[in-house]
Ligand binder design. Structure first.
Ligand code: DGP
Length: 115
């Protein structure tokens, strides 16, 4: 088993508000939401950062994460107005949990460039 808090959420050792689950992907509400809808979409496979992603071998998994985002966005009624998907990577990227996760944010308008 892994050593981040997300491994314990995957194994259900600690609770989370899970909104979507398949064999390979899990999605749950962020504990510190930055928008009316803020959901984390994670692979069950442990990958510490986006730097460890191999585009060829991980393509199907990443595709499943995008499919999950689209399905959840529809369920949460944020699809039509639009939403933001974010991977933070490493120190400058603001990553806190070293198990990759895609933030799905919606329900309000976001600024660009980000702060
Ligand atoms: P990042 O900074 O990209 O690594 O984002 C980590 C996010 O994970 C942050 O928005 C807060 C969230 N988070 C951290 N610990 C927990 C937890 O135990 N449960 C849930 N639901 N979210 C968590």
């Amino acid at each position: 088993m892994g050593n981040t808090i997300f491994s314990k959420i995957i194994s259900k050792e600690i609770p989370a508000d899970i909104v979507f689950e398949t064999e390979n992907v899990l999605a749950f509400r962020d504990i510190k939401p930055q928008a009316p809808v803020h959901i984390l979409i994670i692979p069950k496979k442990e990958i510490p950062t986006i730097r460890e992603i191999n585009g060829k071998t991980d393509a199907v998994l990443l595709g499943e994460m995008i499919d999950a985002a689209n399905e959840i966005a529809k369920k949460e009624n944020i699809s039509e107005d639009g939403f933001r998907l974010v991977f933070n990577c490493g120190n400058n990227g603001g990553q806190e949990v070293y198990h990759i996760h895609m933030h799905l944010l919606g329900g309000r308008k976001f600024n660009w460039p980000p702060g």
